[in-house]
Ligand binder design. Structure first.
Ligand code: ADP
Ligand code: GLC
Length: 490
């Protein structure tokens, strides 16, 4: 099959969170299985250009209809760790992708509506006729709308769209200008409950809803979250739309790229190890302490790696930090986020704890340090309020860091509590708590730190159980291929 991925992120060149990892990992898996995959991305000024091989311009004159006129775009091609990527660079005064960061601008819906439109024009004019167009999140929700309403009539009638929703919280709720910009026009037609009309704001359209309504299949990133999205408030207002389209909606657990994230070969960690030789892990713990100026003492290291966002349960992260220190552990945090208030809060916390030799907060995005933290820590907390899938717990397990997680979304599908689970003992690989309050996380953390101090052999067994879990792309790749096979035009 020929698959075109349309995404606003791709690891490692344009990564904010797990979306980037998933687009890379799934594309790689599909290619390994013999399918042709091409990825279309915006050409951001803030990408990691060092990670793009052979970047060159392939066209200077892609004219994209926009607001009744047109915007001239350049198209670039390059390989990102072997993946074939096309980058769209618009030349207009809006400077859509020359903003120094990926998201966070008042016109984000317009920026990505343009990207969706430009991607369709690119495929049309460059004779790309994939079996499957695979779109991700609200940023590309307009692609299936444009395909069905405009481009099918221009010769793209055999293309089918699979739409993966990584995060229901951000939906691209916006005004009618996007319709005029992209040539969809007809607000009276699109502002309709069965199409793009937002379910709650009747003066707005919802790009993610458009993606759901117009795609041939909709996936969210774990089976448990597909249930939550439909039957709890975690669909953020789209539960009813999912109910209407339930026959084409399902959950597929994300995988982790086991080549990139491999403790046996990882180029970012000083000591390699595997499930048969966990000893090797502990030199990384020393290296982590040295790197972050933590004192060398017989203590477990509890870590948090992730965005600093309300989604991640920031009050629980902070509480876990103090509780871990109180229980005789060290604590390491690596994170950053788009919310200035939350970021500032953690900067204050960092200054407050500056002199503490058992604790380090690193505010920023640092891929290499993330690898070292997974490899060097003993426990990894993921106390999310909601978590469609979550990669951190799977990465932590791969590197023998035992996850302590809240029972939501993909965390339910991937982490099984050591003491309270119906799974056989060899599949119990972490600690799970339910309520989003202090006693709940305290109890799970105390159990885990207690095991580390009092039953080291048992703790070691938990580490090897975690490392032995298989969350590679092998299974998830098969599930996605089944979906592609089901919807493609035969
Ligand atoms: P989300 O997509 O909601 O951010 P995931 O758990 O799915 O959460 O994915 C997070 C990914 O981003 C992981 O690969 C994690 O290691 C990485 N990551 C998050 N924050 C940082 C950071 N500050 N520095 C380096 N990597 C980070
Ligand atoms: C999202 C979710 C996260 C998921 C990631 C990749 O941003 O918050 O749970 O793992 O996308 O699908």
């Amino acid at each position: 099959m020929f698959i075109v991925m349309v995404s606003s992120e791709l690891a490692p060149v344009a990564k904010v969170g797990g979306l980037a990892d998933v687009v890379f990992g799934l594309s790689r898996e599909l290619e390994i299985r013999g399918h042709a995959v091409e990825i279309v991305l915006p050409k951001y000024d803030c990408m990691w250009y060092d990670e793009i091989w052979g970047l060159h311009k392939i066209a200077d004159n892609l004219s994209v209809p926009w607001h009744g006129s047109s915007v001239n775009c350049s198209v670039w091609f390059g390989f990102v760790h072997g993946r074939k990527c096309f980058f769209i660079e618009p030349h207009s005064q809006d400077n859509f992708f020359q903003r120094g960061s990926f998201y966070g601008f008042h016109d984000d819906p317009m920026r990505f509506a343009f990207f969706s439109k430009a991607t369709m024009e690119f495929m049309l004019k460059f004779d790309k006729r994939p079996d499957i167009i695979h779109c991700h999140d609200w940023q590309t929700g307009l692609v299936p709308v444009l395909l069905y309403e405009i481009y099918a009539r221009l010769g793209m009638d055999r293309q089918r769209v699979v739409y993966t929703i990584h995060n229901f919280k951000h939906q691209g709720v916006t005004g009618e200008a996007v319709l005029w910009g992209t040539g969809l026009c007809r607000p009276e037609y699109f502002f309709h409950y069965d199409r793009l009309l937002d379910n709650f704001n009747h003066t707005a359209i919802n790009l993610m809803k458009g993606g759901i309504v117009y795609s041939n299949y909709v996936v969210t990133v774990s089976p448990h979250h597909s249930w939550e999205a439909r039957f709890t408030d975690q669909g953020y207002g789209l539960g009813q739309t999912l109910a209407i389209h339930h026959y084409k909606f399902g959950g597929i657990l994300n995988g982790v790229d086991y080549d990139l994230w491999n403790p046996e070969t990882d180029r970012f960690i000083p000591s390699h190890f595997n499930v048969w030789n966990v000893e090797g892990k502990y030199a990384n713990k020393d290296a982590l302490r040295e790197r972050l100026w933590l004192r060398k003492e017989f203590k477990p290291i509890v870590a948090y790696v992730g965005r600093l966002d309300a989604q991640k349960g920031v009050h629980l992260i902070q509480h876990a930090l103090f509780h871990a220190l109180e229980k005789g552990a060290q604590f390491v945090l690596l994170g950053t986020g788009g919310d200035r208030g939350i970021n500032n809060h953690f900067w204050h916390l960092k200054h407050y704890l500056n002199e503490n030799a058992d604790c380090h907060l690193e505010i920023g995005f640092n891929e290499q340090l993330a690898h070292l933290i997974y490899a060097g820590s003993d426990l990894m907390i993921v106390p999310s309020l909601f978590e469609p899938c979550g990669l951190t717990q799977m990465l932590a397990m791969r590197y023998g860091s035992v996850p302590v997680v809240r029972a939501v979304g993909g965390l339910v599908d991937t982490v099984f509590d050591r003491d309270h689970s119906d799974k056989p003992p060899e599949l119990r690989c972490g600690y799970v708590f339910h309520d989003a309050d202090f006693p709940a996380i305290e109890s799970a953390l105390s159990r885990s730190i207690g095991l580390w101090y009092n039953y080291p052999k048992e703790f070691r067994r938990l580490v090897t159980n975690a490392m032995a879990m298989d969350y590679s792309w092998a299974q998830s790749g098969t599930h996605y291929l089944n979906v592609y096979e089901q919807v493609r035009c035969k």
